[in-house]
Design a protein around this ligand. Structure first.
Ligand SMILES: [Zn+2]
Length: 101
């Protein structure tokens, strides 16, 4: 049995208030209000990491590491499109590595 199963539940399932944010990969082009979103810095339009922060803002991070807020998206959108969180990361960098960025 994995060691994690012996940890108290609060160590395995932090509540929304306990984490800095959520992230998921979004490899296909992302369409917001009928327009494909592009990175303002390099023009990338796919292979995003989508970040959802505690203040309900949504940010797009391109493969090159540019990060920009996407005002057309919010936490409700994120929750509709993300699966249940299955990994918890101590830092943003750790999470990005996990996602292959
Ligand atoms: Zn970029």
């Amino acid at each position: 049995m994995p060691e994690a199963d012996f940890l108290p539940p609060e160590f395995r399932a932090p509540s929304r208030q306990d984490v800095a944010g959520f992230m998921m990969r979004w490899d296909q082009p992302l369409v917001v209000d009928g327009e494909v979103r592009e990175c303002p810095a390099c023009g990338a339009y796919r292979n995003w990491v989508v970040l959802c922060l505690r203040d309900d803002s949504v940010w797009l991070r391109c493969r090159a590491g540019h990060t920009a807020r996407e005002p057309g998206l919010d936490a409700a959108w994120y929750n509709r499109h993300s699966g249940p969180a299955d990994h918890w990361h101590p830092t943003l960098e750790d999470g990005l590595r996990h996602l292959g960025h």
